[in-house]
Design a protein around this ligand. Structure first.
Ligand code: MIG
Length: 771
């Protein structure tokens, strides 16, 4: 093996909007996608099609550059890409000449056979965030990672790789930042100065191009907006998927599913979703129902629907090798399955026994797969859980010889799960007649947010794993994914009742709130933990439902800007070193203004780092000044949650499911502050795509403390809000006795010393309130 380096530039020429640079070893193609996005693709197969699973935007049509003696400079209004001629090296600067990121001048991009690695300059103070579902610290400096989608059953808190691949990170140094996305689905490697004497970071892949997108915006939020512009954003999820979800491997019969569902309703513990794990099927054959235990799926579904509940059923990719089984016969007949190079079909063992694996990289296979969901949708299922799609097979060592069409498995493995989710989403969307499907996938690659939600796989029932889960959720939020869950309670092992209660309280602030557990573990439903704990769990689930107007508006924000629901503090406070401290790195903002501090179940108090600004404890209203650590009580009944001063948080009264209309009053909570703030309240039918035709209710809410004014703009869209009244709840204000709403003076409605509230009608016009 020899190490090959990128040599000197031999020619430079613009070509269809891109810049083509040739050396003896390779070609570099430079594209501008937007003022803040520049792509450099270093390739040895320049004639190959320029394909991507992730990217959905074209480059812009022209590229501005000028040539100097030793270099070429590509300009955008925001960035300069310096291209050194001899040897060929790339450095990214801001328009005002601040260095963001540079090749290591000695090594740059290299090859060892097919393996391509780029070595980059490491800045002394450089921190790294990102890569999605990766263990370790929020700041990835000093760590290294591999991307190779893996069925990481029973993974520990340091295991790598896990299920998903997101080769996208953000580097932060010298008060500057940049994003870097290496769009390559081969097995890939990232090293953030783990073993390089702090000289270099490096990344690369076993094959393919060094295909990098550089993001030069100077806020994390804008880098995320750019990254999700490039790779797509999630659609509005069905509202019901944001309610409480109860899962187990497995509820073994229709009776058991209904019995659990009825118990929730009887006990008035809010819930929207039940799950069927693998045992609903006939011998684990995908798109079948067990003829004995799930004999009448439609009847079961009708009963669930009558209780305002939805069902999510699992599907795995493995198709049982069994003549007479529809999917097997059709797949064989049409050559839909992965093969060996000689054309023999690959067989791996999974739950059904010997299986073939659909080639989800083909459009016709995806359509075939998608259409087969009528077996589930006919009964009334509208949620689809994609498991084992790394892909997994017993032994977990699928031979590299396996291929999808002419693509060897190692080349595209990391995108297999995403393509399965895509087939599932596109197919079920067609079948569901205008209703939004809910898709949940375990394996993923960049862009999966366009099709699916994700969960973090098989976690374990201990405290450190709960904290890891939160870091995974926070980090996944930096990849465009917004609807993210962990198995609340821990999949493997049994949580103590204390851990169950604590984890459930954190679940309130997890974008997808799903309780799930492995076969052979103790049952996890809220009533299995004693009456006292059940009451706490119930109260927390109720809180989740009260927060849904805020949460749903948060998903609207995600769909528009790529801003996730659960946000590492590095998004808003990237240059505050304290937030990276291992003690505080699990904290996050849930939506714009709620800071949540995960606390292990054995602690009764917590040290919380509150960033710059002023904060109120949600439960007590107590006020704190930020940029310091606060030691606060953290009993199991009260997870430390803090509200940012000037926050605007719409809530509702408790409902039992998202299908319930509630009492028609939107609780509009505002916490006093000194800075002006605004919030986009968003509502639609929660179920269909009518919102894409303007059937939504969107209203800007503004708070101007200096003017002592709150304004509700004229609502946009044609949807009528289910809330006919507002109850304005003021927190932390000096005693307010009356409000002037437009010209009308409203008297004090109800209140305590801490809060005051005022009830008024939800009218369509501009509502201006002074106090
Ligand atoms: O081999 O379907 O991560 O959530 O309950 C295990 C059974 C297969 C792994 C998933 C888990 C699910 C389980 N599955």
């Amino acid at each position: 093996m020899q190490t090959e380096f990128l040599g000197d530039i031999q020619s430079i020429a613009p070509q269809n909007g891109k810049l083509v640079i040739k050396t003896a070893e390779a070609e570099a193609h430079v594209y501008v996608y937007s003022p803040t996005i520049i792509r450099v693709n270093i390739t040895k197969s320049a004639s190959a099609d320029d394909e991507s699973f992730a990217v959905i935007q074209p480059p812009s049509v022209s590229i501005q550059y000028h040539e100097l003696n030793d270099s070429i400079v590509v300009n955008t209004p925001a960035l300069k890409l310096h291209i050194n001629k001899s040897p060929l090296r790339f450095s990214l600067y801001t328009a005002d000449d601040k260095l963001l990121s540079a090749d290591d001048s000695r090594f740059g991009t290299t090859w060892q056979d097919e393996k391509v690695i780029t070595y980059r300059k490491l800045f002394p103070d450089e921190k790294f965030i990102g890569l999605g579902e990766k263990t370790g610290n929020l700041d990835r400096r000093g760590s290294s990672y591999v991307n190779w989608n893996t069925d990481a059953a029973e993974h520990g808190i340091d295991t790598d790789p896990l299920y998903k691949t997101f080769p996208f990170f953000i580097g932060l140094h010298s008060g500057l930042m940049y994003g870097l996305f290496m769009d390559n689905t081969h097995k890939s490697y990232f090293d953030f100065g783990a073993t390089t004497d702090n000289e270099m970071s490096w990344f690369g892949a076993d094959g393919g191009d060094m295909n990098c997108y550089f993001f030069g915006a100077q806020t994390v939020a804008q880098i995320l907006a750019d990254y999700t512009w490039l790779t797509g954003r999630m659609e509005m999820p069905p509202l019901w998927s944001l309610g409480y979800q109860q899962c187990r491997w497995s509820y073994m019969s229709a009776n058991e599913v209904l019995d659990i569902a009825q118990t929730f309703r009887k006990k008035q513990i809010p819930i929207d979703v039940m799950y069927c794990d693998i045992d609903y099927m006939d011998n684990y054959k995908i798109f079948t129902w067990n003829p004995k235990t799930f004999a009448k799926p439609k009847l079961m579904m009708d009963k669930l629907k009558a209780m305002d509940m939805h069902l999510v059923t699992i599907v795995d990719p493995g198709i049982k090798v069994e003549e007479g089984y529809k999917q097997y016969d059709e797949g064989v007949k049409n050559d839909y399955f992965a093969t060996y190079p000689n054309g023999d079909k690959f067989i791996g063992e999974v739950w059904p026994g010997r299986c073939h694996f659909p080639d989800f990289f083909r459009q016709d296979v995806r359509e075939w797969w998608g259409a087969a969901f009528t077996a589930l949708t006919d009964a009334g299922v509208d949620g689809f859980w994609n498991d084992m799609n790394e892909p997994a097979a017993w032994g977990q060592n699928i031979p590299s010889l396996m291929q999808f069409g002419d693509k060897p498995m190692p080349q595209v493995r990391n995108a297999y799960g995403m393509e399965m989710a895509r087939a599932t989403f596109d197919g079920t969307k067609k079948i569901l007649n205008g209703k939004r499907p809910f898709v949940l996938t375990r394996a993923a690659y960049c862009g999966t947010q366009r099709y699916s939600s994700v969960w973090t796989g098989d976690n374990s029932a201990y405290d450190a794993h709960m904290l890891l889960g939160q870091r995974l959720v926070n980090s996944l939020g930096l990849t465009g994914m917004a609807l993210i869950g962990v198995d609340i309670g821990g999949f493997t092992g049994d949580p103590t009742p204390q851990l169950m209660v604590r984890w459930n309280s954190l679940g309130v602030y997890t974008p997808m709130f799903r309780n799930h557990a492995r076969i052979d573990t103790a049952h996890r439903e809220p009533w299995r933990w004693g009456a006292k704990n059940e009451a706490i769990i119930k109260k927390d689930i109720e809180l989740r439902y009260r927060l849904l107007p805020y949460i749903y508006s948060g998903f609207y924000q995600a769909s528009q800007t790529g801003m996730p629901l659960s946000r590492t503090l590095a998004i808003d406070y990237p240059f505050d070193d304290n937030i990276y401290h291992p003690k505080y790195q699990n904290q996050f903002l849930f939506g714009n203004s709620m800071l949540v501090c995960p606390v292990i179940s054995t602690e009764k108090t917590a040290d919380v780092y509150l960033p710059q600004g002023e904060w109120y404890r949600l439960s007590s209203g107590m006020k704190f000044t930020g940029k310091q650590v606060a030691n606060v009580p953290a009993p199991l009944t009260d997870l430390p949650v803090f509200i940012k001063a000037s926050a605007i948080i719409p809530m509702q009264t408790t409902i039992q499911s998202t299908a319930e209309k509630g009492d028609g009053t939107l609780q509009l909570h505002i916490w006093n502050g000194t800075e002006a703030n605004e919030f986009i309240y968003y509502e639609d039918d929660g179920l269909t795509y009518n919102y894409q035709q303007g059937q939504y209710y969107k209203r800007q809410i503004r708070f101007y403390p200096a003017k002592k004014q709150i304004v509700l703009d004229i609502p946009e869209g044609t949807f009528k809000s289910k809330f006919t009244q507002f109850n304005l709840v003021l927190h932390g204000f000096d005693k307010v006795n009356s409000l002037t709403i437009n010209a009308d003076v409203k008297k004090y409605h109800t209140g305590t010393s801490k809060t005051t509230s005022f009830l008024f009608d939800n009218t369509e016009g501009n509502i201006s309130i002074t106090y």
